[in-house]
Write a protein that binds this ligand. Structure first.
Ligand SMILES: *[C@@H]1O[C@H](CO)[C@@H](O)[C@H](O)[C@H]1NC(C)=O
Ligand SMILES: *[C@@H]1O[C@H](CO)[C@@H](O)[C@H](O)[C@H]1NC(C)=O
Ligand SMILES: *[C@@H]1O[C@H](CO)[C@@H](O)[C@H](O)[C@H]1NC(C)=O
Ligand SMILES: *[C@@H]1O[C@H](CO)[C@@H](O)[C@H](O)[C@H]1NC(C)=O
Ligand SMILES: *[C@@H]1O[C@H](CO)[C@@H](O)[C@H](O)[C@H]1NC(C)=O
Length: 327
């Protein structure tokens, strides 16, 4: 068939179709056509079809279909996911096209996940009127459709209450008119959309006492006083172990407190590490502690020297009585 004839028949069919559909009662029960116009930039699919009817049926099978452009010369339709009411700026004259708005069972913009809106205002324009409530939006998170509350009076979307979080899990979200603010919580740093844990332990100024160990945690840190110190970790005091109720040194040792520790020293006559001290048996020492003419008797912490019979002295030195008598 001659292309011109096809074109003429198409235009005829189109006009007939338009005449029929425009007689339908208002309230969008059927598709209505606007010859010589098209909606630009919202095509999600195309279809070669002899008649616009075919496109109208196909349109009704897809929840995304809001309207379609019929290209007369190529017998093809372009399915739009918007109406001209939603996007008046994209509704432009085109010699080769006709615009059909879906009438039957058109899904309201933003009411389903497959048909997200960009703004609250777009929903109002598309539907003529809309009540505040939850709608699907494509503009909250890129590449995904998100459900959020829309205040139709202020045109504000509550991004903070969106079905998918807009801020980092460790951030506070604060809704503002027309936008929102993400603020990383204490212990985290970042732009709020992503927050990183702060390692307080490697900060330039120490967060714990100089005598504490610092341990980083998610969002915080823990200070633990080192052995020999007591406190909350941010401040640590030296423990006076020598003043403790239960003695830390042997009963026969001297205790001396130091910063962070203590020293036990066995007293004279005892030997050991100070925590335990053993009595020294001076009488069995390799070098004599008593006079050669004395008896040695060990005691706890000391010893006693007693000059043997016939000798006199303190035991460490003994003089023979005879010798004294002789002198
Ligand atoms: C609607 O159509 C536009 C233009 O083709 C496309 O970029 C967008 O992803 C479509 N939206 C959906 C939800 O299909
Ligand atoms: C985040 O919110 C909590 C609870 O409302 C509040 O205590 C905290 O100060 C907030 N933090 C920031 C950084 O806004
Ligand atoms: C402190 O850290 C040191 C070295 O890592 C470790 O030996 C010690 O047990 C820690 N002390 C406490 C109280 O955590
Ligand atoms: C232990 O303490 C006493 C009394 O302070 C002192 O006389 C003595 O020399 C000390 N002994 C040692 C081994 O430190
Ligand atoms: C010294 O030891 C001897 C032998 O054990 C004993 O016979 C003597 O009585 C002792 N003398 C004194 C003064 O203790």
């Amino acid at each position: 068939m001659d292309a011109r004839i096809v074109l003429r028949i198409s235009v005829l069919v189109l006009l007939l179709y338009s005449a029929v559909t425009q007689k339908c009662p208002a309230g969008g029960r059927s598709e209505s056509s606007i010859v010589g116009w098209m909606l630009r930039g919202h095509v999600y699919d195309t279809l070669f079809a002899e008649l616009p009817f075919t496109c109208a049926f196909k349109c009704r099978e897809d929840n995304r279909c809001q309207s379609f452009n019929w290209i007369i010369s190529v017998l093809m339709c372009e399915f739009n996911n918007r109406t001209k009411e939603a996007r008046p700026e994209d509704f432009i004259p085109n010699q080769d096209r006709s615009y059909y708005r879906r009438g039957l069972q058109r899904v309201p913009l933003g009411s389903i996940q497959e048909l997200p809106a960009e703004t609250c205002d777009e929903i109002k324009r598309s539907e003529g009127h809309a009540v505040s409530g939850k709608y699907w939006f494509s503009t909250i998170k890129s590449g995904t459709s998100v459900l959020a509350y829309c205040n139709m009076e202020t045109n504000d979307i509550d991004e903070c209450g969106a079905s998918s979080p807009v801020c980092d899990i460790n951030a506070n979200c604060s809704n503002t008119r027309g936008s929102y603010i993400c603020t990383c919580r204490a212990g985290y740093t970042g732009d709020g959309k992503t927050c990183q844990d702060i390692d307080e332990c490697s900060a330039s100024s120490p967060v714990c006492d100089i005598n504490a160990n610092c341990s980083n945690t998610r969002g915080s840190y823990i200070c633990t006083c080192r052995a020999g110190y007591t406190g909350d970790g941010k401040t640590c005091q030296d423990i006076d172990e020598c003043g403790a109720s239960t003695p830390v040194c042997d009963i026969n040792a001297n205790c001396s407190n130091t910063r962070g520790s203590y020293i036990c020293t066995c007293r004279a006559g005892y030997t050991g590490d100070g925590k335990t001290c053993q009595d020294i048996d001076e009488c069995s020492a390799s070098s004599l502690v008593c006079d050669i003419n004395a008896n040695c008797s060990n005691t706890r912490g000391s010893y006693i020297c007693t000059c043997r019979a016939g000798y006199t002295g303190d035991g460490k030195t003994c003089q023979g009585k005879i010798k004294v008598d002789f002198l």
